[in-house]
Design a protein around this ligand. Structure first.
Ligand code: ADP
Ligand code: MG
Length: 224
């Protein structure tokens, strides 16, 4: 299993109120799989993705990434795991406006003190079909192209898992389908993909579907 979650809970404290976002989730995601995470708004999808991506820690439960229990790691240890294993694609692409596409894709490699950032960033941009847009700034490219830059930024460090939280949410159907094609291609090269979506035709690209509601599992192919 690439991902094994055991009775994960997450409770947020907000102004003295407790919000139970995850109420005990147990499931596995296989290495090399393509999984859609579905559920109504507020059901805990983003909370779960943040934990799976080591951006946040669960309140209780265990999370094994690649066989390693990462639920109790410190901030520093988490960021190291994140840099090594995880690529993120968000609904809004979060590109730095003052940097070119190429510079945006180089960024994760600078953090890793990579020796050939430009070479690798160029290759990643070519992979998403943006060889002709490297020197463009985010405001000079379309929404779909921006999302492709975000995917290039996510894959440039060669992560074993890509976590995409509604990556097609802001895109038209055709452009969304192009993004899905890129994710499918990545999956064919062995990258494990987890994608949050509301849209059934997007979820149809996935081989497994995990449904959550009120922070609980509705149905999972590999629920333990
Ligand atoms: P989804 O992505 O499925 O729409 P979220 O994971 O964003 O759901 O939210 C799940 C629940 O947790 C919601 O009730 C939301 O209001 C709450 N929540 C999310 N983030 C926070 C936070 N940082 N502080 C307090 N409550 C939060
Ligand atoms: Mg969300």
């Amino acid at each position: 299993m690439m991902i094994q979650a055991v009775d994960l809970t997450k409770t947020y404290s907000l102004n003295g109120n407790e919000v139970r976002a995850l109420a005990g989730l147990t499931f596995g995601i296989k290495r090399g799989s393509f999984t859609a995470l579905m559920g109504p708004s507020g059901s805990g999808k983003t909370t779960l993705m943040n934990i799976l991506g080591c951006l946040d820690t669960p309140t209780s439960g265990e999370y094994y990434l690649n066989g390693r229990d990462v639920s109790g790691l410190s901030e520093d240890e988490l960021s190291e795991v994140r840099n090594r294993e995880i690529g993120f694609v968000f609904q809004s692409h979060n590109l730095l406006a003052r940097n070119t596409a190429l510079e945006n894709v180089c960024l994760p490699l600078y953090y890793k003190r990579d020796r050939n950032p430009v070479e690798k960033a160029v290759a990643a941009l070519e992979k998403v079909g943006l060889a002709g847009r490297m020197r463009h700034y985010p405001n000079q490219i379309s929404g779909g192209e921006s999302q492709r830059v975000a995917i290039a930024r996510a894959i440039v460090t060669k992560p074993s898992v890509i976590l995409a939280d509604e990556p097609t949410g802001n895109l038209d159907t055709v452009t969304g389908a192009q993004i899905m094609d890129i994710l499918k291609e990545l999956n064919n090269t062995g990258v494990t993909i987890v994608i949050v979506t509301h849209e059934p035709d997007i979820a149809a690209c996935a081989r497994d579907i995990i449904r959550i509601r009120d922070g609980m599992l509705e149905k999972s192919p590999s629920a333990a």
